[in-house]
Write a protein that binds this ligand. Structure first.
Ligand SMILES: Cc1cc2nc3c(=O)[nH]c(=O)nc-3n(C[C@H](O)[C@H](O)[C@H](O)COP(=O)(O)O)c2cc1C
Length: 362
């Protein structure tokens, strides 16, 4: 295997400056579709095991690879989408990257991806105990070998998503970004928390500015952006080239239109009215069922649907009802019943949101 990067046939899309960050179990095609419609410029699939993709490709079962659903990009998604892979062995990472960049993995049936993204940020125990995800940040040389192996086999741009470091004693995102850049990465996204911090409050965005100063490739800042003001602060304080938003987009894809308006110097759009929130939630539900079938489609979209209600008066009971819905009709009825209560469905409502998701990825 050569570690000499092959020429990229596709440039990195400019939309990366306003990215829907990857979230396992959340940033599937329906979620990306609604976020793209609301102004996100780019999105990343949830993380996919490179080894699983490669093994499923080699197996003779004949069925489409399960991982193919995770990597599925609908032709109706209006924004470029990167497929994120995780792993620790350069050979599997390179094999998976080649399958993705050629769209040649078993079960491929969607639109071509825009980039291959490498996960170096996942904090979950069973991932880091295999030396994967954020554990890679302990070893910048390994980062170099993985990124160069992937670049050697991907005709798409290769990007890296990392944290600020492993723990407070080892905040080394700049060093890791330098290794990734030297190996051929086209951009890095830095979540300003260490692995040790998981999702606890206390992100320190100064590491994003330090990473920006260390490399020439674009640096995307990530962590706790939940408003246009927070986006502006991140951009101004760190000098980063773009931002990525994860948790704040769940149930609130309009965050992208607000941030976009702010960065383009336009007045902020009004908050969405109940009718628009309802229509968007119903669209995400419908797309999820269409993609995954009713049982799995409803089960996997419930978490996002419940967030459309979050922060609205009297939503606690409806959120519980959403979580126990088992059919598309039942979920849609809960949504219609809840939003139907708002007099003047076209008048914007104020929502108070908090993340409350910090434990979900453990
Ligand atoms: C439920 C959940 C799942 C996540 N899954 C992934 C993932 O698959 N790949 C990844 O690189 N980051 C993942 N992340 C991290 C996010 O991309 C992001 O870095 C982090 O949530 C901080 O951004 P935020 O403050 O905007 O949420 C996940 C985060 C959450 C909350």
């Amino acid at each position: 295997m050569s570690d000499k990067a092959i020429p990229r046939s596709v440039p990195l899309p400019a939309g990366i400056r306003l990215t829907l960050a990857p979230m396992a179990g959340v940033t599937d095609s329906p979620m990306r579709t609604v976020c793209g419609a609301c102004g996100a410029g780019y999105a990343v699939t949830e993380m996919i095991s490179a080894k699983a993709l490669v093994y499923e490709q080699r197996s003779h079962a004949g069925a489409p690879a399960k991982t193919a659903t995770l990597a599925y990009i609908d032709p109706d998604e209006k924004i470029p989408v990167a497929v994120q892979i995780f792993g620790s062995e350069p050979v599997f990472m390179a094999d998976a990257a080649e399958l993705i960049s050629n769209s040649s993995y078993r079960g491929f049936s969607g639109a071509a991806p825009a980039a291959v993204d490498i996960n170096m940020g996942c904090p979950v125990k069973k991932v880091v105990s295999n030396g994967e995800g954020s554990a890679l940040m302990k070893d910048p040389e390994k980062i170099y070998s993985i990124v160069s192996a992937v670049c050697g086999r991907s005709s798409l741009p290769v990007t890296v998503k990392m944290r600020s470091g492993w723990d407070g004693e080892h905040v080394n995102a700049p060093e890791c970004a330098v290794a990734a850049e030297a190996a051929g990465a086209a951009a890095v996204c830095v979540h300003a928390r260490t692995r040790e911090q998981f999702y606890r409050p206390g992100a320190d965005i100064s590491v994003i500015g330090e990473t920006k100063a260390a490399v020439k490739i674009p640096v995307i800042g990530n962590g706790d952006i939940d408003s246009p003001e927070a986006a502006e602060y991140m951009l101004r304080q760190t000098g980063c080239d773009g931002i990525a938003i994860a948790r704040a987009a769940i149930g609130d894809p309009w965050i992208f239109s607000s941030v976009r308006a702010m960065t383009e110097g336009r007045p902020l759009p009004p908050s969405p009215a109940p009718r628009e929130i309802l229509d968007t939630a119903l669209l995400q539900l419908r797309l999820s069922v269409k993609l995954k079938g009713e049982r799995r489609g409803v089960a996997e979209v419930k978490f996002s649907l419940s967030h459309y209600l979050k922060g609205l008066p009297g939503s606690a009971a409806a959120r519980r009802d959403i979580m126990s819905a088992t059919s598309e009709d039942a979920a849609a009825d809960v949504l219609r019943g809840f939003f139907g209560k708002f007099a003047g469905g076209d008048t914007a409502v104020r929502r108070i949101t908090t993340y409350g998701l910090s434990e979900t990825e453990k």
